[in-house]
Design a binder for this molecule. Structure first.
Ligand SMILES: Cc1cc2nc3c(=O)[nH]c(=O)nc-3n(C[C@H](O)[C@H](O)[C@H](O)COP(=O)(O)OP(=O)(O)OC[C@H]3O[C@@H](n4cnc5c(N)ncnc54)[C@H](O)[C@@H]3O)c2cc1C
Length: 411
């Protein structure tokens, strides 16, 4: 009996619709913005159209106004969106809001869902996630921000955060802080919903980064803020998921949240390769078209291989998610692979464009500087590889073979 790689007709149809959507609406709207159109008006028009076509919050359940897609259909949709900066935004499935919507959906009280989740789902508000501090990132248990109880009605937070993406355009911040320094390491932290702007949550600056600054950088949520938290009073009803559960609650961030960028990378890499091939089929050097050179064909083959592996990884993980299987090991492997894959493909596309690739006349330079962050965010490469390596050893010790940690479920 053969493995069935056939994608269900319904999921195929949604993918085709989203592919068309990005092509017909997002890319032209992106161009309009670069030509000076107003961001808010353009995005509002785009979102209105998307919603009218049923393209809205892909993985959010229907009863909450989303498309209610399962892991496979969602993965197929997300894999289309990375072609345009407006892809995910147009369907209200941009980070960091999307994973945070899930956190609220799973852990919010009725009050929190009504007050904070609803406007997010309606696209009326945006949310950011403040965990990382200068003091601690990869090992977030080193966070220093404190939350002290003020009677039974409130908490007072003091500390600092940095690299909170989209904080300067957010209406709400999800802030992690230490509530019990004496609890076991992963039970010391809690998560709070903070309404913005707020004098206790002071955005000191958007940190200049290596990503190219364009007219859209900050409004699209590309800014990463450094924040001072000083005597920030948060009502107790804004504690999310109970005291000490800050880390436990983030589990889905380790699954979908960690792969979201990777899914978008597939379409970005695909478009980069398309651009490269469009270029080399036109360009002649030393009396021959570039596409006739075997060295160039090998470069394309390497990119094609990596994009293919990337698709298979995502689809396999989606399959495991559909079946409710443990996907943590594959997820960590894929997170690293997908970040490096897009890097390799965009870099190759730049190389094949020559100086044009280095210019800003194509989107490649902006992508190149933008995607470098992916080997750091949501856990740096080394931390994931560390875990994967330990899983390999564990599998061997348990079963006498490392297969289980190497996609062995497929065997
Ligand atoms: C563009 C961007 C957006 C971000 N957005 C957000 C956000 O919205 N909210 C938020 O809270 N945070 C955000 N972050 C922060 C991000 O999650 C952290 O940068 C990341 O977790 C790494 O932490 P760090 O920068 O403190 O590096 P460190 O923890 O200091 O690690 C530095 C390096 O040390 C190495 N390393 C660390 N641990 C190990 C190990 N065990 N073994 C081997 N090597 C190791 C890795 O190479 C790592 O890159 C963002 C970061 C970037 C760059």
């Amino acid at each position: 009996m053969a493995i069935d790689f056939e994608i269900p007709a319904e999921a195929k149809a949604i993918r085709a619709k989203v592919r068309q959507w990005v092509e017909d609406e997002c890319r032209p709207a992106e161009k309009k913005l670069l030509d000076g159109a107003d961001y808010k008006t353009t995005l509002a028009e785009l979102r209105k159209k998307a919603r009218a076509q049923g393209l809205w919050c892909p993985f959010i359940p229907k009863e909450y106004g989303g498309m209610g897609l399962g892991p496979l259909a969602n993965a197929l949709v997300q894999m289309e969106l990375g072609e345009s900066y407006l892809g995910a935004l147009s369907m209200n499935t941009q980070g960091p809001d999307d994973a945070t919507m899930l956190t609220l959906l799973q852990n919010g009280t009725d009050y929190q869902k009504e007050k904070f989740l609803k406007p997010l789902l309606n696209g009326e508000k945006r949310i950011c996630y403040s965990m990382t501090e200068k003091a601690a990132g990869a090992d977030a248990t080193g966070m220093q921000t404190r939350a002290d109880k003020k009677g039974n009605d409130a908490y007072i937070l003091n500390g600092e955060k940095w690299f909170s993406s989209a904080a300067s355009v957010a209406d709400v911040a999800l802030v992690m802080a230490k509530t019990d320094p004496n609890a076991p390491r992963h039970k010391q932290f809690s998560t709070f919903l903070v309404e913005l702007p707020n004098p206790g949550y002071k955005i000191k600056r958007n940190i200049p980064t290596m990503a190219l600054e364009g007219p859209l950088s900050h409004i699209l949520g590309g800014g990463h803020a450094e924040i001072e938290i000083k005597d920030l009073e948060v009502p107790a009803e804004n504690l999310l998921g109970g005291e000490g559960n800050g880390f436990n609650m983030g589990q889905h961030r380790l699954a979908y949240g960690r792969l979201r960028h990777g899914m978008h990378n597939v379409s970005m890499a695909q478009r980069a390769l398309d651009l490269a091939v469009a270029h080399i089929t036109q360009r002649t050097t030393f009396g021959k078209k570039l596409d006739e050179r075997q060295a160039v064909q090998f470069m394309l083959a390497e990119c094609a291989t990596q994009i293919y592996i990337a698709r298979l990884m995502i689809l396999h993980i989606a399959y495991k998610a559909e079946k409710g299987m443990d996907l943590r090991n594959e997820n960590g492997i894929a997170k690293v692979y997908l970040a490096n894959m897009v890097h390799k493909v965009v870099d190759t596309a730049i190389q094949l464009h020559g100086a044009l690739g280095y210019s800003r006349d194509t989107p490649l330079a902006a992508w190149y500087t933008h995607i470098r962050s992916q080997r750091l965010v949501d856990g740096p490469d080394e931390v994931h590889k560390w875990t994967t390596g330990r899983n390999v050893i564990k599998a061997f010790k348990e079963t006498g073979t490392t297969a289980k940690a190497c996609g062995g479920d497929l065997l």
